[in-house]
Design a protein around this ligand. Structure first.
Ligand code: FRU
Length: 496
């Protein structure tokens, strides 16, 4: 492996070259999932933003296409969204029967001689299914001279009210707008001052409705990314559950009480999932939503040890809502499409873990491209540690501490870490919310990332790492007492 290839993921999306951050403008149309992204084609650090573009038929393997939106006199192209304007409500559809794709993004322009930006909201539309875009002649659609941080419009179709609704981040709150034609926007309300996490600026919101599993009820979900102020430092995405009446978002009362007691409503507790939002026009038949996030963290994203390209996206995920004794909680899991890539399988049941137990030795199954399902029945008061390692002594530790009731990822000795003192300064943890006496989980492994989905997606942790050679061994370690690993199933994922 050259250093570059050692670190380029096997199956998570990365741009061929240069800097990438947030996913943008995701929509599904005519067989393709589109993914645009914050892109600085000239360098491997953040700079004047464009919208890069990639497409996929299954959200797993991606084809990168030419840059879709370039900076203009209103500024560079910050994050935003895109919708499929099926009824041509915007009038942007040029050809008869053509369905325009309408993108809304933040134009961000640095004010001369200052560190401040003028951030306004602009529109661009496409009549070729998202390949190329034309800027709307009356941009900016929403002007702004007062608010410093005013960005990341996410547009959604409100079926009940038959109108477009847009959420926008404004520093310490989310502003709600509506529109009939995607061009003229009315401010409705705002939400968030003093509510939830405020350790940093609010960014990249999303608003959508989800059915509550097993009921006739639906609730509205509001995503709010925040940087810094994440549960384990730096950037992360929190969520709120409530109702939206067409004007105002109101948190569910019980959710509010629970949130005020302990804020553990984050779509991911790992350090590397940021700015994630849902795909437009891609609601699954069961009402679930699809999303992915940027698999990095502003704390160190610009200095990770890759040169020609920087940053990957997380695996695409399905978002559902459950309600149990603990109230509402999102369930987030990898999309089922990933299972189409399963090849060689290793499966074992009822393994007694008395001492450090090797599950996969180097070479047996490629752990740089794998999906693992496991189950531990009858949890004891002990610590369950999984260890990924290589012959150079790099190791990534993760698992569940049932004394503290916390999941953890420890990347302190996972390889290269010194590029940023914030990268491996502490062990990331997440409180377990489930009270199930059995623990089950899904683990997605790529060369430089781990994604953990515990308790059917109640708690998710995503982190990146940079080992000096691939982590090719997996072992499980007990602490003080033996336990039984009920099941472990490792599927090699094959993308050729
Ligand atoms: C989030 C963010 C957005 C902004 C974009 C700029 O990571 O800061 O708020 O639109 O990145 O690249």
């Amino acid at each position: 492996y050259s250093e570059e290839e050692l670190y380029r993921p096997n199956f998570h999306f990365t741009p061929k070259k240069a800097w990438m951050n947030d996913p943008n403008g995701m929509f599904f149309y005519n067989g393709y999932y589109h993914l645009y992204f914050q892109y600085h084609p000239e360098s491997n650090v953040w700079g004047p933003m464009h919208w890069g573009h990639a497409i996929s038929t299954d959200m797993i393997t991606w084809t990168e296409l030419p840059i879709a939106i370039y900076p203009d006199e209103l500024g560079t192209i910050f994050s935003g969204s895109a919708v499929v304007d099926i009824s041509n409500s915007s009038g942007f559809g040029e050809v008869s029967n053509a369905i325009p794709i309408v993108a809304m993004y933040t134009s961000s322009k640095q004010l001369e001689g200052t560190d401040n930006w003028k951030q306004t909201q602009s529109i661009a539309y496409s009549n070729d299914e998202g390949r190329t875009f034309t800027k709307y002649e009356n941009n900016p659609a929403i002007d702004n001279n007062e608010i410093k941080d005013f960005r990341d419009p996410k547009v959604t179709w409100d079926e009940e009210r038959e109108k477009w609704v847009m959420v926008l981040a404004a520093g310490d709150r989310i502003m709600f707008y509506d529109s009939k034609d995607l061009k003229k926007w009315n401010l409705l309300s705002d939400f968030g001052q003093g509510i939830g996490g405020h350790g940093g600026v609010w960014e990249c919101p999303d608003l959508f409705k989800l059915p509550v599993l097993g009921t006739e009820e639906s609730k509205w979900v509001l995503f709010v990314s925040i940087n810094p102020g994440g549960p384990n430092g730096g950037s992360a995405t929190q969520y709120f559950i409530g109702d939206f009446d067409g004007t105002t978002f109101t948190m569910d009362k019980d959710f509010e009480t629970a949130l005020n007691k302990e804020h553990n409503y984050w779509i991911d507790f790992g350090r590397d999932n940021y700015a994630g939002v849902s795909w437009s026009n891609a609601t699954r038949r069961d009402g679930s939503k699809l999303m992915l996030g940027w698999m990095s963290n502003w704390d160190y994203a610009q200095v990770v040890p890759t040169e020609t390209w920087r940053s990957a996206m997380t695996i695409a995920r399905k978002v559902q809502l459950q309600k149990n004794n603990n109230g509402y909680r999102l369930l987030i899991n990898p999309v089922e499409e990933l299972t189409n890539y399963r090849s060689t399988k290793y499966k074992k049941e009822n393994i007694v873990i008395k001492e450090d137990t090797k599950i996969i030795d180097s070479g047996a199954i490629d752990l740089a491209s794998a999906e693992i399902q496991f189950n531990i029945p009858n949890l004891k008061e002990t610590i369950y540690t999984f260890k990924l390692s290589n012959k150079l002594g790099d190791e990534l530790l993760f698992g569940y501490d049932n004394i503290k009731k916390k999941f953890f990822i420890n990347r302190k000795n996972s390889g290269k870490t010194s590029f940023s003192e914030k990268f491996a300064n502490k062990i990331s943890t997440a409180s377990r919310t489930s009270t199930n006496k059995n623990l089950s989980g899904t683990i997605i492994l790529d060369k430089t990332s781990i994604e953990l989905f515990f308790d059917n997606g109640e708690t998710v942790m995503t982190e990146i790492f940079f080992p000096n050679s691939p982590l090719d061994k997996l072992s499980i370690e007990p602490k003080d007492q033996e336990f039984i690993l009920g099941k472990i199933e490792i599927n090699k994922l094959n993308f050729n």
